[in-house]
Design a protein around this ligand. Structure first.
Ligand SMILES: [Cu+2]
Length: 323
């Protein structure tokens, strides 16, 4: 309740009256008694009728899309600034000149089992830094806003493809060597052990959330056969719901934060899980050329970002690939 009051206080009188009403009832569009993830129903997508939250913490249009604040971002001191050595004046190096060679900037997304200890540390460090800068929370809050209609309908795959990209861009601002690794859960049948001790606390509109997990008892992790069965679908409208169902089971199997749409992206495994779902889709796309979601009108734009569904069809054009 304290959060609801805070949001109201920050909103100017007369602004977003309609939103305020619905906000008080269901702060994130999820009723408490609803199951955490719904079976996708592409014939009857859910209509949430929500407005984007008023949030002064979305400073960067490239990352936060239409949520970006029109006011200049509040200064957030960089944590490194107070803890690093500075070179002497005579030791400063000339600025590095960047050539805009796209291949050089391709993000190579790897199986997390292939990461070196240094790559694991870099991923978790970048995650920790964007969280400390309060840049992760707003990205998580976007996922809890059902107005974007990104679950249980043909927007699911293209929307999350852009969502992953925004996260990767944030991570790369901290450490340009970091790309999101994928968690091939169907093959592993186990949670990535190097993440077990990593349970960050993320500042959300609803208040701080600390990642929890309840691994295993709530559901079954889809296996390789389930993925093969999904891959055998020849049309987008049969393939996508079956892959989304596999994705849902992964969320439920990890449990805790991952079991709720509102909190799932606070857990780094969310990004690695979605990375795997995106990888499976990319593989399916190669095998099924020309099979794309049919999205009419505004449904074809991956709000709050400007990318259209058409822009999500080729991962190389989005400057990443899977190895
Ligand atoms: Cu999602």
């Amino acid at each position: 309740m304290a959060t609801a009051k805070k949001v109201k206080k920050e909103t100017k009188e007369g602004e977003d009256q309609e939103y305020q009403g619905s906000h008080h009832e269901h702060p994130h569009g999820h009723k408490p008694h609803d199951p955490p993830y719904y079976d996708p129903d592409y014939e009857h997508p859910r209509d949430y009728e929500h407005q984007p939250p008023v949030n002064p913490r979305y400073p960067d249009r490239r990352i936060y899309g239409s949520y970006a604040s029109k006011k200049p971002p509040r200064y957030v001191p960089h944590p490194f600034e107070h803890s690093c050595f500075k070179p002497r004046k005579q030791d400063y190096k000339p600025p590095v000149i960047c050539h805009d060679d796209h291949d050089e900037h391709l993000c190579i997304r790897k199986d997390h089992r292939m990461l070196t200890a240094d790559e694991q540390t870099r991923f978790l460090n970048a995650f920790t830094q964007i969280n400390a800068l309060n840049a992760l929370g707003p990205l998580v809050d976007i996922h809890s806003n059902a107005i974007h209609n990104m679950h249980g309908n043909p927007r699911f795959l293209p929307w999350h493809r852009i969502y992953l990209l925004r996260m990767e861009e944030l991570l790369m601002m901290i450490d340009p060597t970091v790309c999101i690794p994928y968690w091939k859960s169907s093959e592993e049948q186990a949670f990535p052990s190097w993440l077990l001790g990593f349970t960050p606390t993320v500042n959300l509109l609803s208040g701080p959330h600390t990642v929890t997990r309840l691994i295993g008892p709530l559901g079954f992790l889809p296996n390789a056969t389930d993925v093969t069965t999904a891959m055998a679908n020849g049309t987008f409208n049969t393939f996508a719901p079956s892959l989304e169902g596999i994705h849902n089971s992964g969320h439920v199997w990890v449990g805790g934060s991952m079991g709720s749409i509102q909190f799932a992206p606070c857990d780094p495994v969310f990004w690695m899980h979605h990375c795997e779902i995106d990888r499976i889709w990319a593989e399916w796309q190669v095998a099924n050329p020309g099979q794309n979601p049919i999205l009419a009108g505004t449904a074809g734009t991956m709000d709050p970002w400007a990318e259209t569904e058409v822009a999500t069809r080729h991962i190389l054009a989005l400057r990443y690939k899977y190895v």
